[in-house]
Design a protein around this ligand. Sequence first.
Ligand SMILES: Nc1ncnc2c1ncn2[C@@H]1O[C@H](COP(=O)(O)OP(=O)(O)OP(=O)(O)O)[C@@H](O)[C@H]1O
Ligand SMILES: [Mg+2]
Length: 500
Amino acid sequence: MPCLLEMTDIRKEFPGVVALDGVDFQVEAGEVHALLGENGAGKSTLIKILAGLYTPDSGEIIFHGERLTGMTPQKVLARGIGFIHQERVHIPYFTVGQMLFLGHEPRKSNGLIDWQRLYEEADAALASTLGAHIDSRLPMQHLSVSEMQLVDITKILMTEPSLIVFDEPTASLSEEEVERLFAVIRNLKERGVTVIYVSHRLDEIFKICDRATVLKDGKRVGTVDVKKSSPDQIVTMMVGRKLEEQFPKVETKIGKPVLEVTNLTRGNAVRDVSFTVREGEILGVYGLVGAGRTETMRLVFGADPKDAGTIRVDGREVDIKSPGDAVRAGVALVPEDRRGQGVLVDMSVRENTTLASLKSFSSRGFLKLGFEGSAVAGFIKRLAIRTPSSSQLVRYLSGGNQQKVVLAKWMASKARVFIFDQPTIGVDVGAKAEIYRLMGDLAAEGAAVVLVSSEIPEIRGLSDRVLVMYKGRISAELSRDEATAEKLLFYAMGGGAVDA
Ligand SMILES: Nc1ncnc2c1ncn2[C@@H]1O[C@H](COP(=O)(O)OP(=O)(O)OP(=O)(O)O)[C@@H](O)[C@H]1O
Ligand SMILES: [Mg+2]
Protein backbone atom coordinates (compact mmCIF):
# COMPACT_ATOMS: atom_id res chain seq x y z
CA MET A 1 0.00 0.00 0.00
CA PRO A 2 1.35 3.44 -0.89
CA CYS A 3 1.55 6.10 1.76
CA LEU A 4 -1.01 8.81 1.22
CA LEU A 5 0.15 10.93 4.12
CA GLU A 6 3.54 10.99 5.79
CA MET A 7 4.14 13.29 8.72
CA THR A 8 7.76 13.04 9.84
CA ASP A 9 9.47 14.19 13.02
CA ILE A 10 6.76 16.72 13.89
CA ARG A 11 7.51 18.94 16.85
CA LYS A 12 5.30 21.55 18.47
CA GLU A 13 5.91 23.35 21.71
CA PHE A 14 3.51 25.65 23.55
CA PRO A 15 4.63 27.77 26.51
CA GLY A 16 5.40 25.22 29.20
CA VAL A 17 4.23 22.20 27.18
CA VAL A 18 5.87 20.07 24.52
CA ALA A 19 2.69 18.96 22.77
CA LEU A 20 4.48 16.93 20.05
CA ASP A 21 8.00 15.68 20.43
CA GLY A 22 9.21 14.29 17.10
CA VAL A 23 6.12 12.38 15.99
CA ASP A 24 6.06 10.22 12.85
CA PHE A 25 2.63 9.41 11.48
CA GLN A 26 1.96 7.49 8.28
CA VAL A 27 -1.41 6.84 6.70
CA GLU A 28 -1.92 4.48 3.77
CA ALA A 29 -4.31 5.24 0.95
CA GLY A 30 -7.76 3.75 1.52
CA GLU A 31 -7.43 2.79 5.18
CA VAL A 32 -9.29 3.95 8.29
CA HIS A 33 -6.51 4.89 10.68
CA ALA A 34 -7.21 5.48 14.36
CA LEU A 35 -5.22 8.08 16.27
CA LEU A 36 -5.30 7.23 19.97
CA GLY A 37 -3.89 8.44 23.26
CA GLU A 38 -4.77 9.83 26.66
CA ASN A 39 -6.19 13.32 27.15
CA GLY A 40 -3.43 15.76 26.29
CA ALA A 41 -1.35 13.19 24.37
CA GLY A 42 -1.19 15.48 21.33
CA LYS A 43 -3.82 14.09 18.95
CA SER A 44 -5.68 17.32 18.24
CA THR A 45 -2.43 19.25 17.95
CA LEU A 46 -1.18 16.85 15.25
CA ILE A 47 -4.47 17.22 13.42
CA LYS A 48 -4.44 21.00 13.68
CA ILE A 49 -0.95 21.04 12.19
CA LEU A 50 -2.17 18.95 9.27
CA ALA A 51 -5.12 21.34 8.94
CA GLY A 52 -2.86 24.37 8.66
CA LEU A 53 -4.23 25.82 11.90
CA TYR A 54 -0.89 25.49 13.73
CA THR A 55 2.59 25.76 12.23
CA PRO A 56 4.91 23.02 13.47
CA ASP A 57 8.22 24.07 15.02
CA SER A 58 9.87 21.47 12.79
CA GLY A 59 9.02 18.41 10.74
CA GLU A 60 7.78 17.52 7.29
CA ILE A 61 4.39 16.69 5.80
CA ILE A 62 4.08 14.78 2.53
CA PHE A 63 0.65 14.27 0.99
CA HIS A 64 0.10 12.49 -2.35
CA GLY A 65 3.88 12.57 -2.79
CA GLU A 66 4.08 16.34 -2.47
CA ARG A 67 5.60 18.30 0.35
CA LEU A 68 3.13 20.63 2.05
CA THR A 69 4.60 23.90 3.28
CA GLY A 70 3.13 27.22 4.35
CA MET A 71 -0.29 25.66 4.64
CA THR A 72 -3.45 27.55 5.51
CA PRO A 73 -6.83 25.91 6.20
CA GLN A 74 -8.06 27.03 2.74
CA LYS A 75 -5.05 25.55 0.96
CA VAL A 76 -5.36 22.28 2.85
CA LEU A 77 -9.03 22.00 1.93
CA ALA A 78 -8.18 22.70 -1.70
CA ARG A 79 -5.70 19.79 -1.61
CA GLY A 80 -8.55 17.48 -0.68
CA ILE A 81 -8.26 17.08 3.09
CA GLY A 82 -11.42 17.64 5.13
CA PHE A 83 -11.74 17.99 8.90
CA ILE A 84 -14.34 17.48 11.56
CA HIS A 85 -12.62 19.18 14.49
CA GLN A 86 -13.17 18.47 18.17
CA GLU A 87 -14.35 22.02 18.88
CA ARG A 88 -16.66 23.19 16.17
CA VAL A 89 -17.71 26.67 15.15
CA HIS A 90 -21.12 27.59 13.81
CA ILE A 91 -22.81 30.81 12.87
CA PRO A 92 -25.98 30.45 14.96
CA TYR A 93 -28.36 32.57 12.89
CA PHE A 94 -27.28 31.09 9.53
CA THR A 95 -29.58 28.50 8.08
CA VAL A 96 -28.31 24.97 7.50
CA GLY A 97 -28.31 25.64 3.75
CA GLN A 98 -26.31 28.86 4.12
CA MET A 99 -23.82 27.05 6.33
CA LEU A 100 -23.38 24.28 3.76
CA PHE A 101 -22.86 26.63 0.83
CA LEU A 102 -20.97 29.39 2.63
CA GLY A 103 -18.71 31.07 0.05
CA HIS A 104 -19.89 29.03 -2.95
CA GLU A 105 -23.64 29.64 -3.12
CA PRO A 106 -25.38 28.68 -6.37
CA ARG A 107 -26.21 31.85 -8.35
CA LYS A 108 -28.75 32.86 -10.94
CA SER A 109 -27.69 34.40 -14.26
CA ASN A 110 -28.16 37.87 -12.75
CA GLY A 111 -25.59 37.02 -10.09
CA LEU A 112 -28.02 36.82 -7.18
CA ILE A 113 -28.07 33.79 -4.92
CA ASP A 114 -30.47 31.15 -6.18
CA TRP A 115 -32.09 30.34 -2.85
CA GLN A 116 -34.45 27.74 -4.16
CA ARG A 117 -31.64 25.79 -5.76
CA LEU A 118 -29.47 26.25 -2.68
CA TYR A 119 -32.06 24.70 -0.40
CA GLU A 120 -32.92 21.90 -2.83
CA GLU A 121 -29.28 20.99 -3.21
CA ALA A 122 -28.71 21.30 0.52
CA ASP A 123 -31.60 18.94 1.26
CA ALA A 124 -30.29 16.48 -1.30
CA ALA A 125 -26.76 16.63 0.12
CA LEU A 126 -28.02 16.08 3.66
CA ALA A 127 -30.18 13.16 2.62
CA SER A 128 -27.55 11.47 0.47
CA THR A 129 -24.62 11.70 2.85
CA LEU A 130 -26.21 10.55 6.05
CA GLY A 131 -29.87 10.06 5.40
CA ALA A 132 -30.21 12.97 7.80
CA HIS A 133 -33.68 14.42 8.09
CA ILE A 134 -32.75 18.02 8.68
CA ASP A 135 -34.64 20.92 7.13
CA SER A 136 -31.97 23.01 5.43
CA ARG A 137 -34.05 26.17 6.00
CA LEU A 138 -33.69 25.95 9.79
CA PRO A 139 -31.24 28.25 11.55
CA MET A 140 -28.22 26.40 12.97
CA GLN A 141 -29.12 27.45 16.50
CA HIS A 142 -32.30 25.35 16.32
CA LEU A 143 -30.37 22.13 15.76
CA SER A 144 -29.24 19.66 18.38
CA VAL A 145 -25.53 19.09 18.82
CA SER A 146 -25.70 15.88 16.83
CA GLU A 147 -27.63 17.53 14.02
CA MET A 148 -25.04 20.30 13.83
CA GLN A 149 -22.40 17.65 13.47
CA LEU A 150 -24.29 15.98 10.68
CA VAL A 151 -24.31 19.34 8.91
CA ASP A 152 -20.53 19.64 9.37
CA ILE A 153 -19.97 16.18 7.95
CA THR A 154 -22.24 16.88 5.01
CA LYS A 155 -20.36 20.11 4.31
CA ILE A 156 -17.03 18.28 4.26
CA LEU A 157 -18.34 15.48 2.05
CA MET A 158 -19.57 18.07 -0.47
CA THR A 159 -15.92 19.03 -1.13
CA GLU A 160 -15.19 15.40 -2.11
CA PRO A 161 -11.94 15.08 -0.16
CA SER A 162 -9.52 12.18 -0.55
CA LEU A 163 -8.71 12.24 3.19
CA ILE A 164 -11.15 13.02 5.99
CA VAL A 165 -10.10 13.52 9.59
CA PHE A 166 -12.63 13.01 12.39
CA ASP A 167 -11.57 14.29 15.83
CA GLU A 168 -13.93 12.61 18.34
CA PRO A 169 -16.97 12.67 16.08
CA THR A 170 -19.21 10.46 18.20
CA ALA A 171 -18.93 12.27 21.53
CA SER A 172 -22.40 13.77 21.15
CA LEU A 173 -24.13 11.23 18.93
CA SER A 174 -26.75 8.66 19.89
CA GLU A 175 -26.12 4.97 19.22
CA GLU A 176 -28.28 5.13 16.13
CA GLU A 177 -26.42 8.15 14.80
CA VAL A 178 -23.09 6.47 15.51
CA GLU A 179 -24.21 3.50 13.42
CA ARG A 180 -25.16 5.90 10.65
CA LEU A 181 -21.77 7.60 10.84
CA PHE A 182 -20.06 4.21 10.62
CA ALA A 183 -22.11 3.38 7.55
CA VAL A 184 -20.88 6.63 6.01
CA ILE A 185 -17.27 5.85 6.89
CA ARG A 186 -17.53 2.33 5.42
CA ASN A 187 -19.04 3.82 2.31
CA LEU A 188 -16.24 6.38 2.06
CA LYS A 189 -13.73 3.59 2.36
CA GLU A 190 -15.37 1.67 -0.46
CA ARG A 191 -15.07 4.80 -2.59
CA GLY A 192 -11.34 4.91 -1.83
CA VAL A 193 -11.46 7.82 0.62
CA THR A 194 -8.91 7.60 3.44
CA VAL A 195 -10.00 8.33 7.01
CA ILE A 196 -8.18 9.37 10.18
CA TYR A 197 -10.32 8.69 13.22
CA VAL A 198 -9.79 9.97 16.79
CA SER A 199 -11.90 8.49 19.58
CA HIS A 200 -11.68 7.41 23.19
CA ARG A 201 -14.23 4.66 22.61
CA LEU A 202 -12.26 1.52 21.93
CA ASP A 203 -15.25 -0.48 20.73
CA GLU A 204 -15.48 1.97 17.82
CA ILE A 205 -11.85 1.44 16.90
CA PHE A 206 -12.41 -2.29 16.65
CA LYS A 207 -15.53 -1.78 14.56
CA ILE A 208 -14.22 0.47 11.83
CA CYS A 209 -10.46 0.98 11.96
CA ASP A 210 -7.75 -0.92 10.09
CA ARG A 211 -4.68 0.40 11.87
CA ALA A 212 -4.10 2.49 14.96
CA THR A 213 -1.31 4.83 15.99
CA VAL A 214 -0.94 5.55 19.70
CA LEU A 215 0.52 8.78 21.08
CA LYS A 216 1.65 9.29 24.65
CA ASP A 217 2.98 12.54 26.11
CA GLY A 218 3.62 13.94 22.64
CA LYS A 219 5.51 10.90 21.37
CA ARG A 220 4.50 8.05 19.11
CA VAL A 221 4.31 4.78 21.04
CA GLY A 222 3.63 2.66 17.97
CA THR A 223 1.31 1.67 15.14
CA VAL A 224 -0.62 -1.59 15.16
CA ASP A 225 -2.86 -3.62 12.92
CA VAL A 226 -6.22 -3.45 14.74
CA LYS A 227 -7.36 -6.92 13.68
CA LYS A 228 -4.21 -8.43 15.17
CA SER A 229 -4.50 -6.54 18.50
CA SER A 230 -6.62 -6.80 21.61
CA PRO A 231 -8.25 -3.89 23.48
CA ASP A 232 -5.97 -4.68 26.44
CA GLN A 233 -2.89 -4.34 24.27
CA ILE A 234 -3.99 -0.96 22.92
CA VAL A 235 -4.95 0.34 26.37
CA THR A 236 -1.56 -0.70 27.70
CA MET A 237 0.12 1.23 24.89
CA MET A 238 -1.99 4.28 25.74
CA VAL A 239 -1.62 4.40 29.49
CA GLY A 240 1.72 2.61 29.81
CA ARG A 241 0.35 0.03 32.23
CA LYS A 242 -2.39 -2.56 32.46
CA LEU A 243 -5.68 -1.05 33.52
CA GLU A 244 -7.40 -2.37 36.62
CA GLU A 245 -11.13 -2.92 36.94
CA GLN A 246 -12.98 -0.72 34.44
CA PHE A 247 -16.18 -0.40 36.49
CA PRO A 248 -15.16 -0.39 40.14
CA LYS A 249 -18.41 -0.70 42.07
CA VAL A 250 -17.88 0.74 45.55
CA GLU A 251 -19.97 -1.04 48.20
CA THR A 252 -22.24 1.45 49.98
CA LYS A 253 -25.03 1.43 52.53
CA ILE A 254 -28.23 2.71 50.92
CA GLY A 255 -30.10 4.91 53.37
CA LYS A 256 -32.96 7.38 53.47
CA PRO A 257 -34.21 9.39 50.49
CA VAL A 258 -32.10 12.45 49.69
CA LEU A 259 -33.61 13.71 46.43
CA GLU A 260 -37.34 13.29 45.82
CA VAL A 261 -38.73 14.60 42.57
CA THR A 262 -42.49 14.54 42.05
CA ASN A 263 -44.51 15.17 38.88
CA LEU A 264 -41.84 17.29 37.23
CA THR A 265 -43.12 18.73 33.95
CA ARG A 266 -42.00 21.12 31.24
CA GLY A 267 -43.94 21.21 27.97
CA ASN A 268 -43.53 17.97 26.05
CA ALA A 269 -39.87 17.60 26.90
CA VAL A 270 -40.43 16.42 30.48
CA ARG A 271 -43.77 14.86 31.32
CA ASP A 272 -44.81 14.00 34.84
CA VAL A 273 -41.45 12.65 35.96
CA SER A 274 -41.15 11.34 39.54
CA PHE A 275 -38.20 9.58 41.12
CA THR A 276 -36.22 9.25 44.35
CA VAL A 277 -32.52 8.86 44.99
CA ARG A 278 -31.27 7.64 48.37
CA GLU A 279 -28.17 8.13 50.45
CA GLY A 280 -25.34 6.04 49.07
CA GLU A 281 -27.21 5.21 45.92
CA ILE A 282 -26.19 5.64 42.28
CA LEU A 283 -29.26 6.01 40.12
CA GLY A 284 -28.61 5.46 36.40
CA VAL A 285 -30.77 7.31 33.90
CA TYR A 286 -30.67 5.74 30.46
CA GLY A 287 -32.33 6.78 27.22
CA LEU A 288 -31.55 7.77 23.68
CA VAL A 289 -30.47 11.30 22.80
CA GLY A 290 -33.58 13.48 22.98
CA ALA A 291 -35.45 11.29 25.48
CA GLY A 292 -35.64 14.13 28.02
CA ARG A 293 -32.86 13.11 30.41
CA THR A 294 -30.82 16.29 30.16
CA GLU A 295 -33.98 18.40 30.22
CA THR A 296 -35.17 16.67 33.40
CA MET A 297 -31.85 17.28 35.16
CA ARG A 298 -31.82 20.92 34.07
CA LEU A 299 -35.22 21.37 35.74
CA VAL A 300 -33.99 19.79 38.96
CA PHE A 301 -31.01 22.16 38.85
CA GLY A 302 -33.11 25.24 38.10
CA ALA A 303 -31.34 25.84 34.79
CA ASP A 304 -34.74 25.93 33.04
CA PRO A 305 -38.11 26.88 34.58
CA LYS A 306 -40.52 24.03 35.26
CA ASP A 307 -44.25 24.09 34.55
CA ALA A 308 -45.06 21.89 37.53
CA GLY A 309 -43.57 19.54 40.06
CA THR A 310 -41.93 19.55 43.49
CA ILE A 311 -38.42 18.80 44.61
CA ARG A 312 -37.40 17.69 48.09
CA VAL A 313 -33.89 17.44 49.47
CA ASP A 314 -33.46 15.49 52.72
CA GLY A 315 -37.22 15.56 53.23
CA ARG A 316 -37.60 19.33 52.93
CA GLU A 317 -39.33 20.87 49.94
CA VAL A 318 -37.00 23.29 48.15
CA ASP A 319 -37.92 26.09 45.80
CA ILE A 320 -35.30 25.91 43.04
CA LYS A 321 -35.58 28.75 40.54
CA SER A 322 -31.94 29.08 39.52
CA PRO A 323 -28.71 27.07 39.65
CA GLY A 324 -27.74 29.22 42.65
CA ASP A 325 -30.86 28.02 44.49
CA ALA A 326 -29.97 24.44 43.57
CA VAL A 327 -26.44 24.72 44.90
CA ARG A 328 -27.71 26.26 48.14
CA ALA A 329 -30.16 23.37 48.42
CA GLY A 330 -27.23 20.97 48.06
CA VAL A 331 -27.70 19.94 44.44
CA ALA A 332 -24.74 19.88 42.01
CA LEU A 333 -24.98 19.29 38.27
CA VAL A 334 -22.12 18.44 35.95
CA PRO A 335 -23.66 19.46 32.62
CA GLU A 336 -23.46 17.55 29.37
CA ASP A 337 -22.24 20.56 27.40
CA ARG A 338 -19.25 21.23 29.60
CA ARG A 339 -17.42 23.54 27.25
CA GLY A 340 -20.53 25.66 26.76
CA GLN A 341 -21.87 25.68 30.32
CA GLY A 342 -19.26 24.19 32.56
CA VAL A 343 -16.01 26.10 32.19
CA LEU A 344 -14.89 29.66 31.76
CA VAL A 345 -12.26 29.08 29.11
CA ASP A 346 -10.56 32.42 29.72
CA MET A 347 -9.99 31.73 33.39
CA SER A 348 -7.27 29.55 34.83
CA VAL A 349 -7.62 26.00 36.01
CA ARG A 350 -7.39 27.24 39.61
CA GLU A 351 -10.04 29.94 39.19
CA ASN A 352 -12.37 27.56 37.44
CA THR A 353 -12.16 25.00 40.17
CA THR A 354 -12.36 27.33 43.17
CA LEU A 355 -13.00 31.04 42.79
CA ALA A 356 -15.67 30.83 40.13
CA SER A 357 -17.87 28.60 42.23
CA LEU A 358 -17.27 30.48 45.46
CA LYS A 359 -18.15 33.84 43.96
CA SER A 360 -21.21 32.84 42.04
CA PHE A 361 -22.81 30.79 44.75
CA SER A 362 -21.85 31.99 48.17
CA SER A 363 -21.48 35.73 47.72
CA ARG A 364 -24.63 36.47 49.70
CA GLY A 365 -23.23 34.66 52.68
CA PHE A 366 -25.75 31.84 52.50
CA LEU A 367 -24.62 28.31 53.06
CA LYS A 368 -20.88 28.20 52.58
CA LEU A 369 -20.29 25.58 50.00
CA GLY A 370 -16.71 24.77 50.70
CA PHE A 371 -15.20 24.33 47.29
CA GLU A 372 -11.81 23.83 48.82
CA GLY A 373 -8.68 24.61 46.90
CA SER A 374 -6.79 21.74 48.46
CA ALA A 375 -9.58 19.30 47.70
CA VAL A 376 -9.59 20.48 44.13
CA ALA A 377 -5.84 19.96 43.90
CA GLY A 378 -6.44 16.38 45.02
CA PHE A 379 -9.01 15.84 42.28
CA ILE A 380 -6.71 17.35 39.69
CA LYS A 381 -4.10 14.83 40.71
CA ARG A 382 -6.47 11.86 40.78
CA LEU A 383 -7.97 12.73 37.42
CA ALA A 384 -4.48 13.37 35.99
CA ILE A 385 -5.39 16.75 34.51
CA ARG A 386 -2.56 17.57 32.14
CA THR A 387 -1.65 21.22 32.60
CA PRO A 388 1.71 22.98 32.96
CA SER A 389 0.41 24.73 36.10
CA SER A 390 -2.83 25.56 37.87
CA SER A 391 -2.59 29.10 36.48
CA GLN A 392 -2.89 27.89 32.86
CA LEU A 393 -6.01 29.21 31.08
CA VAL A 394 -8.53 26.44 30.52
CA ARG A 395 -8.73 27.44 26.83
CA TYR A 396 -5.28 25.93 26.31
CA LEU A 397 -6.05 22.53 27.82
CA SER A 398 -6.92 19.61 25.56
CA GLY A 399 -10.61 18.81 25.12
CA GLY A 400 -10.65 15.96 27.60
CA ASN A 401 -8.71 17.89 30.21
CA GLN A 402 -11.25 20.72 30.03
CA GLN A 403 -13.91 18.14 30.83
CA LYS A 404 -11.94 16.97 33.83
CA VAL A 405 -11.68 20.52 35.21
CA VAL A 406 -15.47 20.77 35.33
CA LEU A 407 -15.75 17.37 36.98
CA ALA A 408 -13.16 18.29 39.60
CA LYS A 409 -14.92 21.54 40.40
CA TRP A 410 -18.23 19.87 41.13
CA MET A 411 -16.86 16.76 42.79
CA ALA A 412 -15.04 18.95 45.30
CA SER A 413 -18.28 20.64 46.34
CA LYS A 414 -20.07 19.56 49.48
CA ALA A 415 -23.35 18.73 47.79
CA ARG A 416 -25.96 16.18 48.93
CA VAL A 417 -27.00 15.33 45.39
CA PHE A 418 -24.57 14.97 42.49
CA ILE A 419 -26.03 14.79 39.00
CA PHE A 420 -23.60 13.75 36.27
CA ASP A 421 -24.81 14.20 32.70
CA GLN A 422 -22.66 12.03 30.41
CA PRO A 423 -19.59 12.43 32.64
CA THR A 424 -17.11 10.42 30.60
CA ILE A 425 -17.63 11.80 27.11
CA GLY A 426 -14.25 12.69 25.63
CA VAL A 427 -12.34 11.36 28.63
CA ASP A 428 -9.60 8.74 28.19
CA VAL A 429 -9.89 5.19 29.53
CA GLY A 430 -7.65 5.68 32.53
CA ALA A 431 -9.46 8.79 33.71
CA LYS A 432 -12.84 7.13 33.11
CA ALA A 433 -12.15 4.45 35.70
CA GLU A 434 -10.99 7.13 38.13
CA ILE A 435 -14.18 9.16 37.58
CA TYR A 436 -16.24 6.05 38.33
CA ARG A 437 -14.23 5.47 41.48
CA LEU A 438 -14.77 9.08 42.58
CA MET A 439 -18.51 8.76 41.98
CA GLY A 440 -18.50 5.64 44.12
CA ASP A 441 -16.65 7.51 46.85
CA LEU A 442 -19.25 10.30 46.83
CA ALA A 443 -22.00 7.72 47.27
CA ALA A 444 -20.06 5.94 50.01
CA GLU A 445 -19.86 9.25 51.87
CA GLY A 446 -23.66 9.36 51.88
CA ALA A 447 -24.43 11.52 48.86
CA ALA A 448 -27.12 10.66 46.32
CA VAL A 449 -25.69 10.28 42.82
CA VAL A 450 -27.52 10.46 39.50
CA LEU A 451 -25.71 9.18 36.41
CA VAL A 452 -27.17 10.14 33.04
CA SER A 453 -25.50 8.12 30.33
CA SER A 454 -25.97 6.68 26.85
CA GLU A 455 -23.33 4.04 27.41
CA ILE A 456 -24.90 0.78 28.49
CA PRO A 457 -21.77 -0.74 30.05
CA GLU A 458 -21.33 2.37 32.18
CA ILE A 459 -24.97 2.36 33.31
CA ARG A 460 -24.89 -1.37 34.09
CA GLY A 461 -21.50 -1.24 35.73
CA LEU A 462 -22.26 1.52 38.22
CA SER A 463 -25.98 1.88 38.91
CA ASP A 464 -27.85 0.44 41.87
CA ARG A 465 -31.09 1.13 40.05
CA VAL A 466 -31.86 2.39 36.52
CA LEU A 467 -34.58 4.65 35.14
CA VAL A 468 -35.19 4.51 31.41
CA MET A 469 -36.67 7.54 29.68
CA TYR A 470 -38.57 7.73 26.42
CA LYS A 471 -40.20 10.84 24.95
CA GLY A 472 -40.06 12.85 28.15
CA ARG A 473 -41.43 10.13 30.42
CA ILE A 474 -39.98 7.41 32.59
CA SER A 475 -40.70 4.25 30.63
CA ALA A 476 -39.18 1.78 33.10
CA GLU A 477 -37.49 1.41 36.46
CA LEU A 478 -35.12 -1.54 36.66
CA SER A 479 -33.07 -2.99 39.49
CA ARG A 480 -29.34 -3.53 38.97
CA ASP A 481 -29.96 -7.18 38.13
CA GLU A 482 -32.87 -6.51 35.81
CA ALA A 483 -31.01 -3.89 33.77
CA THR A 484 -29.76 -6.01 30.88
CA ALA A 485 -28.70 -4.38 27.62
CA GLU A 486 -31.77 -5.83 25.88
CA LYS A 487 -34.18 -4.43 28.45
CA LEU A 488 -32.52 -1.01 28.50
CA LEU A 489 -32.75 -0.72 24.72
CA PHE A 490 -36.29 -2.09 24.63
CA TYR A 491 -37.61 0.58 26.99
CA ALA A 492 -35.41 3.33 25.55
CA MET A 493 -36.95 2.75 22.14
CA GLY A 494 -40.47 3.01 23.46
CA GLY A 495 -41.16 -0.66 24.09
CA GLY A 496 -44.21 -1.04 26.31
CA ALA A 497 -45.00 2.68 26.16
CA VAL A 498 -48.31 4.23 25.25
CA ASP A 499 -47.60 7.21 22.99
CA ALA A 500 -49.35 10.44 23.79
N1 LIG B 1 -3.07 26.45 21.99
C1 LIG B 1 -2.45 25.86 23.01
N2 LIG B 1 -1.73 26.54 23.92
C2 LIG B 1 -1.10 25.93 24.92
N3 LIG B 1 -1.11 24.60 25.13
C3 LIG B 1 -1.81 23.85 24.25
C4 LIG B 1 -2.50 24.42 23.15
N4 LIG B 1 -3.11 23.42 22.46
C5 LIG B 1 -2.79 22.28 23.10
N5 LIG B 1 -2.00 22.52 24.16
C6 LIG B 1 -1.42 21.52 25.08
O1 LIG B 1 -0.81 20.51 24.29
C7 LIG B 1 -1.05 19.20 24.82
C8 LIG B 1 -1.69 18.33 23.78
O2 LIG B 1 -3.02 18.76 23.57
P1 LIG B 1 -4.01 18.13 22.49
O3 LIG B 1 -5.20 19.01 22.40
O4 LIG B 1 -3.27 17.84 21.25
O5 LIG B 1 -4.40 16.75 23.21
P2 LIG B 1 -5.39 15.58 22.72
O6 LIG B 1 -4.55 14.36 22.55
O7 LIG B 1 -6.19 16.01 21.58
O8 LIG B 1 -6.29 15.36 24.04
P3 LIG B 1 -7.90 15.11 24.21
O9 LIG B 1 -8.09 13.64 24.15
O10 LIG B 1 -8.16 15.60 25.60
O11 LIG B 1 -8.63 15.87 23.18
C9 LIG B 1 -1.90 19.43 26.07
O12 LIG B 1 -1.06 19.39 27.19
C10 LIG B 1 -2.49 20.81 25.89
O13 LIG B 1 -2.71 21.41 27.13
MG1 LIG C 1 -8.21 16.46 21.33
